[in-house]
Every structure is written in C-alpha cells, then in structure tokens.
Design a protein. Sequence first.
Length: 184
Amino acid sequence: MKAIKLRIWLLMHGAKLLALMVVGMIPSHMVRNFLYKFFGMKIGKKALVYGGAEIRRPEWIVIGEGSIVGNRAILDGRLGINIGKNVNISTGVWIWTVQHNYKDPKFGDVGGAVNIGDHAWISCRSIILPGVTIGEGAVVAAGSTVTKDVAPYTVVGGVPAKRIADRPHNIDYKLGDAFAIPFI
C-alpha cells in the first residue's frame, strides 16, 4: 500500500512540476500570473514574473506589489520566499531555500525562508542562499553569492557577497507602473 501511495504522490508531484514549467513558457504576463496564483502563489498588483522563470512550491512564495521577477530566475519556495514591494529580481537570479548539509554524514538538507525587503534590487545572475534576509533598499551586485543577511540600503557584491557601498535612503519608485502593459 505504501508503494502505491508513493507512486501516486510522485506522479502528481511530477505533473505539477511539468505544469509549472509550461506556465513559465507562456508568452503572457497576465496568463502566467493567473496560473501562478492558481497554484497558490501570492502575487501583488502590478507584479510581473517574466517568461522562463522556474518556480518551485509556488504556494510558499509571496511577491509584493510592483515587484519584477526576471526571465530565467529560479525561485525555490520549498521553505518560503517573501519578496517585498517594488523589488527587482533580475534575469537569471537563483533564490534557494534548501541546500545539502555538508556536515551531515547522510548529506541531509538544511535551509530556511528567504526574505527580501521593499525596493531591493537583486542584480543579474546572483545567488541568494537559504535563510538570508535582504534588507529594504539593499542592492546585490551582478554575479554575487549572498550567504548572510544584507543590511537595509547596503550594496553588496562578490563571492561571498560583502559590503561595497551604501545606497541613498530617498528611494521613491514603483516598478510595476512602468511595465503594466495588459496584453503581454
């Protein structure tokens, strides 16, 4: 009986993963957002998930109003991702919530939710590792690997990411307004 239940679970899980891959290729922001919401993702007004994004466990992902997720991004929502308002997640960004524990003799998993504050910018091809919090207005430079929390209005870069500058606190933009084209 256990084996049958496992096979059914694997079949259903596999079908869901395949469906989410197909959703990521649909050439319409409105349709993609509708289907991601159908799968349980919470997406704020004027938020966009660009085509080619890979979404894992959408029911544990929250994307705030006006935020943008670029193409070919990976959002691993297995332990939760909370993205604030007017956040720019650029092309090819990977956000992980689970990874292997190299200290575990059985190579088990460790992780935690990732939280990204309002007006943060995660630049292209950056990697955010499990349990990290990116503060409000913070910037992660292109190609960085973030292993630790990033303070608000701090610019970090490198592998592993380290503080390289501060960002002004007078941020006043709304990303979703610029991209709110209803037919794509």
